[in-house]
Ligand binder design. Structure first.
Ligand code: PMP
Length: 449
C-alpha cells in the first residue's frame, strides 16, 4: 500500500533520495508519454524521468529489442567481444562528425564525465578542469568538483583541482542579453534587459578570459560545458559565446568537452547534438540519459588521438560498460529516433510549445522568462518581471503540485529551484502540448486567486 511504501522509504532508503512532490507519486506503469499510478490516474510526463525517456516509456520497438537480447546474452564484460556492442559503436559513431569516432561505453553520465576528465588530463598533461557556475556534470566525487548548482554544489573537501567559472546566463546574469539568444521567442517577447544587453557576449568573454588567466587555470586540462544548462533551469548562453570560449581554452592547451547528457539525441530539434547549435566541434562528447531511454547506459566519444593518449597512460575498465542489453536497447533507440522522425518532431512540436508557453509570459507577471530549444524548455518564475526576484519556494511548490494533481508532471531547476523544466519524450504531440499549457495556465490562475 501507499503508506507502507512511504514507511519503507523512510526506514531503508538514504535520506538523500528525496521525492519530488509533497505527496509523492507511486507509479505503476508507463506508456509512451504517459505514466499511470496504482489508482489508475494518468499523468502526462513532461519531464520524462529527468530528460531520459527519449522515445517514450516502454516503446514497443525498444521493448522488443530488449526482450530479444534478454534471451540471448546479458553480460560478458569488455574482455569478450559481442556483436551488440560493435553494432552500436558503428551506429553511434556514424552520428558524430570527424574526428569524433572513438567510443567508450559506461553506465551513467557521471561515469562518462569522470572518464572525460581522465582523458583531458592524459591528453593535455595539465591538471585543471573548469566548468560554468550552474553546471551539472554529475554526482561522483570527481564530477562534483564540476557541478555547481543549488544544493548539489560541492560542500566536501575536494582537492580535485576543478574550478567553476562564471555562467553566461542571458536572463539572470549581470549583462542580461535576451536579444542575443538564438530563439524564436525573441521576436515576440519584450526585453527587460539592462541597456547594452546585446553586448553581453563580449562582456562574458572578457570575464571568461579573466578566469582563464588566474593561476589555477593556467594549466588547463579541460573545459566542460552543457550546450544548454539543464539542471540550472535551461540556461542558454549568448549566441557565439561558446565558440569563442572553446578557442580560448584551446589556445591554453586544454580540450573542450560537450556534455550532451541532456541535449543530445535530437532533443533540441534543429540538430542531433547540442554542440552543433553553437557551431563548435568538441574534442570529447559525453552522453547518457536519453541514450538508453531509461536503461542505464552512457558513452564518451572522442578523437583517435585523445583515445590513444589515455590508453598510453593507463588501463581503464568498466564491468558493465558496453553491456549487451544496453547496446541492444541503445541501437533500438537510435532506430526509433530515425524511423519515427523524432528529431523532426522535437523541432516542430518544440517550437510550437515554446511559442505557446511564451504567451503565458505576456499574460502573467510571475512568468519571468520562457526559453529553450526543441523539447528542452524552461519557465522561470519571478515575483515580478522588473525585479526578477525568484518566486518564493512555497508558491512554486504549490504550482508544481497543482499541475500534478491536474495530470501534468513537470520538472524543476535553477539555483533557487525557480524554473520549471519541460522535457517530454520526443514522441509528444501538439494536442498533448495544448493540454499541458492549459493545465499550467490553470495552475497559474489558481495561484493568482
Ligand atoms: N551531465 C548532465 C548535463 C546531467 O544533467 C546529468 C544528470 N542530471 C549528469 C551529467 C549526470 O548523469 P548521471 O545522473 O547519469 O550520473
Amino acid at each position: 500500500s501507499y503508506n507502507r511504501v512511504l514507511e519503507i522509504h523512510k526506514q531503508h532508503l538514504s535520506p538523500v533520495v528525496t521525492a519530488y512532490f509533497q505527496k509523492p507519486l507511486l507509479l505503476h506503469q508507463g506508456h509512451m508519454e504517459w505514466l499511470f499510478d496504482f489508482e489508475g490516474n494518468r499523468y502526462l510526463d513532461f519531464f520524462s524521468g529527468v530528460v531520459t525517456v527519449s522515445v517514450g516509456h516502454c516503446h514497443p520497438k525498444v521493448n522488443a529489442a530488449a526482450q530479444k537480447q534478454l534471451t540471448h546474452l546479458w553480460h560478458t564484460s569488455t574482455i569478450f567481444f559481442h556483436p551488440p556492442m560493435h553494432e552500436y559503436a558503428e551506429k553511434l559513431s556514424a552520428l558524430l562528425p570527424e574526428p569524433l569516432k572513438v567510443i567508450f561505453l559506461t553506465n551513467s553520465g557521471s561515469e562518462a564525465n569522470d572518464l572525460a576528465m581522465l582523458m583531458a588530463r592524459a591528453h593535455s598533461n595539465n591538471t585543471d578542469i573548469i566548468s560554468f557556475r550552474g553546471a551539472y556534470h554529475g554526482c561522483s566525487p570527481y564530477t562534483l568538483g564540476l557541478t555547481n548548482v543549488g544544493s548539489f554544489k560541492m560542500k566536501l573537501p575536494s582537492g580535485m583541482g576543478c574550478q567553476a567559472t562564471m555562467c553566461p546566463d542571458v536572463f539572470r546574469g549581470p549583462w542580461g542579453g535576451s536579444h542575443c539568444r538564438d530563439s524564436p521567442v525573441q521576436t515576440i517577447r519584450k526585453c527587460n534587459c539592462a541597456p547594452g544587453c546585446c553586448q553581453a557576449k563580449d562582456q562574458y568573454i572578457e570575464q571568461f578570459k579573466d578566469t582563464l588567466n588566474t593561476a589555477v587555470a593556467k594549466s588547463i586540462a579541460g573545459f566542460f560545458a552543457e550546450p544548454i544548462q539543464g539542471v540550472n533551469g535551461v540556461v542558454q548562453y549568448p549566441k557565439g559565446f561558446l565558440k569563442e570560449a572553446f578557442q580560448l581554452v584551446r589556445q591554453r592547451g586544454g580540450v573542450c568537452i560537450a556534455d550532451e547528457v541532456q541535449t543530445g539525441f535530437g532533443r533540441l530539434g534543429s540538430h542531433f547534438w547540442g554542440f552543433q547549435t553553437h557551431d563548435v566541434l568538441p574534442d570529447i562528447v559525453t552522453m547518457a540519459k536519453g541514450i538508453g531511454n531509461g536503461f542505464p547506459m552512457a558513452a564518451v566519444v572522442t578523437t583517435p588521438e585523445i583515445a590513444k593518449s589515455l590508453a598510453k597512460r593507463l588501463l581503464h575498465f568498466n564491468t558493465f560498460g558496453g553491456n549487451p542489453m544496453a547496446c541492444a536497447i541503445g541501437s533500438a533507440v537510435l532506430e526509433v529516433i530515425k524511423e519515427d522522425s523524432l528529431q523532426e518532431n522535437s523541432q516542430e512540436v518544440g517550437t510550437y510549445m515554446l511559442l505557446k508557453f511564451a504567451k503565458l509570459r505576456d499574460e502573467f507577471e510571475i512568468v519571468g522568462d520562457v526559453r529553450g530549444k526543441g523539447l528542452m524548455i524552461g519557465i522561470e518564475m519571478v515575483k515580478d518581471k522588473m525585479s526578477r526576484q525568484p518566486l518564493p519556494h512555497e508558491e512554486i511548490n504549490q504550482i508544481h503540485e497543482d499541475c500534478k494533481e491536474m495530470g501534468l508532471l513537470i520538472g524543476r531547476g535553477g539555483i533557487f529551484s525557480q524554473t520549471f523544466r519541460i522535457a517530454p519524450a520526443m514522441c509528444i504531440t501538439k494536442p498533448e502540448v495544448d493540454f499541458a499549457v492549459e493545465v499550467f495556465r490553470s495552475a497559474l490562475i489558481q495561484h493568482m486567486e
